[in-house]
Design a protein around this ligand. Sequence first.
Ligand code: FAD
Ligand code: PHB
Length: 396
Amino acid sequence: MVQTARTQVAIIGAGPAGLLLAHLLHLAGVRSVVLENRSQQYIEERIRAGLLEQGTVDLLIECGVGERLKRESLVHHGIELRFGGRGHRIDLTALTGGRTVTIYAQHEVIKDLVKARLDAGGEIRFEVSDVSVHDFSGPTPRVRYRESGAERELACDFIAGCDGFHGICRESIPAGVLTVYDHHYPFAWLGVLTETPPVSPELIYTHHERGFALFTMRTTRVSRLYLQCTPDEDLANWPDDRIWEELRARLGTDGGVNLREGPILQKGITAMRGFVVEPMQYHRLFLAGDAAHIVPPTGAKGLNLAVADVRILARALAAHYAGRGMDLLERYSATCLRRIWRAQRFSWWMTTLLHRFPGEGPLRTRLQLAELDYLVHSKAASTALAENYTGLPFDD
Ligand code: FAD
Ligand code: PHB
């Protein structure tokens, strides 16, 4: 016997998109259930993004999940671009009329959102399996899944596909509906989490003949470091000594580098991909976050885009339940995609500017250096960078 339950919005995936959507809907008086195939501990420890745009921080604070963020995060007013052996600061705050970015790990955002949902009596079903979505082209969608071995069904009005890039929702939309844009960059990032204090209080994006490197952080005691590597890189080729040597070489300036070695807590490879599907909805199934789009992490936009999508989706669903019709829901995809394409463009631009392309000739490197030189010396060019980096306005 299949056990059946009912809710208003069935949300697949407890990443930033799914959890924030559930929280925003709760504030608007709309009921939801979140179905997640991993355990609570797993999602609360999964190491991913770390940089929040101003608009993301403002939204988390406004909706009441920003208390720990306000206490524990690191607010940044600038970044450094390092090339030709020298560092150049971009003053984000001065160039944008006061905007900042904030370092606060994605899994900390997840912990705050899970706590807010559970404290409010919200339903997150962890460790479910075999999730499948049905009948979303009509008024009575259903989600089927297994929990502790038992088959269950959730009847709902809408399904939110917040199940990330490898989820099942996007694939459940009939063939021919979606236009897919997909680009693989010819390199990847080796990401390292290490217990060592940041070498600098601000992020450093480095253009170097050995490849791109990014120096970022999680706290005043933990650094997050990234090195450009090949897409098929084997982690076994990166013993700790090689990582430190390469970081030192790429981050080094004419004045040397102040990098202290510490225990490496975690290593991983992140592929670099640009991916968008259009539209992001099919009747009563709505895709949000990585389920609909992926950006290369150079622009630090992935998590921020997921937040922007669900902000728009929550408003549209709330308007529908308040009796204001389906208009906002019908425009959901078009509203989100405008900002998504601008973020995709910015991420592509940052990636192309800073990475070494396999087989590239010296001309391309000189053009990158000329553009970087222009960027750090032109107020117009650095303003464009600062506006995009701190986050374009929400379009609603
Ligand atoms: P996700 O966070 O992927 O959440 C989707 C959730 O759905 C997951 O919890 C998953 O377990 C669950 N799920 C999947 N399939 C199912 C299913 N069938 N049934 C039920 N649940 C399911 N961005 C940056 O800006 N900077 C970075 O440094 C950075 N590093 C990253 C490193 C990695 C390894 C990855 C994968 C992503 C990284 N990103 C980074 C991107 C950023 O983390 C994502 O854009 C962000 O997590 C998107 O949130 P989301 O909620 O849309 O998807
Ligand atoms: C991070 O802190 O993990 C981070 C920051 C900026 C990026 C990418 C990742 O562009």
